[in-house]
Design a protein around this ligand. Structure first.
Ligand code: NI
Length: 176
């Protein structure tokens, strides 16, 4: 396994629409493992392939609180698809490994059903609520070139992106 460099916004590679995976073969499974290792090292609870410069529809998620002694429950997904969402919405203070140290309230459906291919190329479905529902929707957004600040006001988005641009220029990013 390997830890991959994570792209920090603003970056045109985070705006690409990623391509579907034909089949989860050994190379895709290895990418999933590398992404999971990268995510745990960061640390984070979700990561999408475009964040590590791979424009493919692959995400990994693990919402277990290891700081509270919870066992890891990793999800590795190719071609995740939102097949149902609740009408009920919830606001969550979201963050992202590509926007280190910045957070904003984002409103999303509070429950979501996601269909995907697992690391063995098996078709699966997960019904999520709470932080898992938020995280899955956030990671799937990345596959369509959307980051969480695209869901907030232009004022707030520009402020965050301006600070990140400045931090990148100065080399003071915590993630680096
Ligand atoms: Ni993110």
């Amino acid at each position: 396994m390997a830890i991959l460099p994570i792209i920090v916004a603003p970056d045109p590679r985070l705006k690409l629409v990623s391509r579907p995976v034909d089949k989860v073969d050994a190379a895709v499974a290895r990418l999933m493992d590398d992404m999971l290792e990268t995510m745990y090292a960061a640390p984070g609870i979700g990561l999408a392939a475009p964040q590590v410069s791979v424009p493919m529809r692959v995400i990994v998620v693990d919402i277990a609180r290891k700081d509270k002694g919870e066992e890891p429950i990793s999800l590795k997904m190719a071609n995740p698809q939102l097949i149902a969402t609740s009408e009920e919405v919830k606001s969550w203070d979201e963050g992202c490994l590509s926007l280190p140290e910045h957070y904003a309230e984002v409103v999303r459906p509070s429950r979501a059903t996601v269909r995907y291919l697992d690391e063995n190329n098996k078709r699966r479905e997960v019904e999520a609520d709470g932080v898992l529902a938020v995280c899955l929707q956030h990671e799937m957004d990345h596959l369509d070139g959307i980051i969480f600040v695209d869901h907030v006001s232009m004022l707030k988005r520009n402020m965050i992106l301006r600070k990140l641009r400045k931090a990148k220029k100065l080399g003071t990013l915590a993630a680096e």
